[in-house]
Ligand binder design. Structure first.
Ligand code: PAF
Length: 287
């Protein structure tokens, strides 16, 4: 079904709502892929899956200031709208919602926020205080503006995906959350908009994150301590990688599992390479 000339770039909330009201009136279902821009093949995997699930594809591009506790990190986050639009055009996206900060936060950061709770203060939330409150608040706003039938979120940001799913459940939001598998470089490095900040040595060292995840995974049948030791061993020899955390969490709670836990789990890792923070994760089975 042909829906519109594409992609139509919409900068206002009102314009987005009107365009999508017309699509819904025409009987079209809607998918939203929220992004910070600086798009790569990982984002295209979202769009491809979204195209299987809905008639109208909306990608939002908004570098959300409220999820960046570090002003320097916000300032240097790559902004590549023109290149992103070319990619999204080729991918068959119908609408790009690209609001300004003033459009999304006319009076400054909202007084009313969504609080991510205990899990939101762990791991990424511990290193970046307030990050997940900012994420959940902007995702709520985006879901309200676009009112999609389905919204895609990447497995790479496992904690974010967990928290978005929990929010949608807790607040009874009428949207299906579709998880999109992590896309990797040939050496295993997970695609990320932040990879472009790595110099050649850091880029070479960055593969250690996925090597460590593999080491944990392949030792998982020996229990938690042995699995974590294998992962830490893989990271130890790489001086450019400053480990923040390597943890094993329960998929249903995202809380660290007990030493004697057996069953499905997720190993999560975060590290600093120079000024660049990278995260990754893998599903495992602790035996
Ligand atoms: O994962 C991201 O790109 C962002 O956190 C999101 C979901 C677009 C919210 O700003």
């Amino acid at each position: 079904m042909t829906v519109a000339k594409r992609p139509i770039v919409v900068e206002t909330i009102r314009g987005m709502r009107e365009a999508l009201a017309a699509e819904r009136a025409a009987g079209h279902s809607i998918a939203l892929t929220p992004t910070l821009g600086a798009l790569h093949d990982g984002h295209l995997a979202h769009v491809q899956r979204a195209a299987e699930l809905a008639d109208v594809l909306v990608v939002s591009i908004f570098v959300n200031p409220t999820q960046f506790p570090d002003a320097a990190d916000l300032a240097k986050y790559p902004r590549t709208l023109d290149a992103d639009l070319l990619v999204l055009d080729a991918a068959g996206v119908h609408y790009v919602f690209a609001p300004s900060v003033e459009e999304m936060y006319p009076g400054g950061p909202t007084q009313t926020t969504v609080t991510a709770g205990t899990v939101g203060r762990l791991f990424e939330g511990a290193s970046r205080p307030g990050h997940f409150d900012g994420v959940l608040t902007v995702v709520t706003k985006l879901l309200d503006i676009v009112t999609p039938n389905v919204a895609t979120f990447g497995q790479k940001d496992a904690q974010q995906l967990f928290l978005v799913r929990r929010m949608v459940g807790d607040l009874n939001l009428p949207v299906r959350i579709e998880a999109i598998e992590t896309v990797r470089e040939s050496d295993g490095l997970a695609l990320s908009s932040r990879n472009q900040f790595l110099d050649a040595n850091q880029r070479r060292a960055a593969r250690t994150l996925s090597v460590a995840l593999e080491a944990v995974s392949s030792s998982a049948d020996r229990g938690l301590d042995a699995a974590l030791a294998a992962g830490q061993g893989a990271l130890m020899g790489e001086s450019l990688v400053q480990l923040d955390y390597l943890k094993i969490v329960h998929p249903q709670t995202f809380m660290p599992v007990d030493d004697d836990y057996r069953g499905a789990a997720v190993v999560i890792v975060a590290a600093q390479l120079g000024s660049t923070r990278l995260i990754d994760n893998e599903s495992i089975y602790l035996g």
